[in-house]
Design a protein around this ligand. Sequence first.
Ligand SMILES: Nc1ncnc2c1ncn2[C@@H]1O[C@H](COP(=O)(O)OP(=O)(O)OP(=O)(O)O)[C@@H](O)[C@H]1O
Length: 248
Amino acid sequence: MTAQLSVTGLNKNFGGVQAVCNVSFDLHAGERLALIGPNGAGKSTCFNLIGGQLMPDGGNVVLKGRSLGSLRPDQRYLQGLGRTFQIGSVFSSMTLEENLLTVIAAAEGLGPSFTQSVARKHQSQAQSLLTAVGLSDLRQRQSAELAYGDVKRLELAMALAGNPSVLLMDEPTAGMAPGERHDLMTLVVAIAAERQISLLFTEHDMDIVFDHAERILVLDHGHVIAEGTPSQVRADPRVRQVYLGEDF
Ligand SMILES: Nc1ncnc2c1ncn2[C@@H]1O[C@H](COP(=O)(O)OP(=O)(O)OP(=O)(O)O)[C@@H](O)[C@H]1O
């Protein structure tokens, strides 16, 4: 299988706290990989190292065969690395369509100050992304008025605007009602399959993880302690130990 994303020997220390320690893994083409672990295990730090929000003390991140080195998050986005955040992150003073047009323009290297003609040119792309995430009826709505689940959908559409080959989703269903969580993940999985996107996500909701991940990587105190299919991970005594008998 081809690795879309290769993480090798990642390390990050915060003033004596080894948040991420020698973490290595591959994410294969079209694969859905979940990164799990108890609070403080290093999941967000790992995501920030891959997304470029943080620089590692050591190790390397390679996207489609190209080392991302010290590229900024926006440069990584242009290379095909999409990301959504634990707290949905959109431009709340803009309409949904304007949010999309802004990131489409950015993905084309036009910066945020795009012209009306550029907006007209990309309107149909914005519309099709909103349709893909089920928000086409709300195109002209102010984003600040959206329900939280719809903010997450809009954020997903914005991540898709860069045509990512790899999508990082940091707790995609955090803050959502249980029913909404499964709907969002079902949508994400369908979109990822249709667009051949490899998906790496963190999640505290174990039902979401075991229902939607094909492979799981478990972190504890910055180290990878287990890796495998959902059934292998569920049966792993080290995993059961760090989750202190939580039911999953
Ligand atoms: N900016 C920072 N400065 C100092 N320590 C940090 C910083 N960011 C993270 N840490 C520490 O690094 C460790 C890993 O934190 P991280 O947020 O990556 O874990 P996590 O698995 O994402 O946790 P959670 O599930 O609670 O979000 C923790 O001990 C945390 O306190």
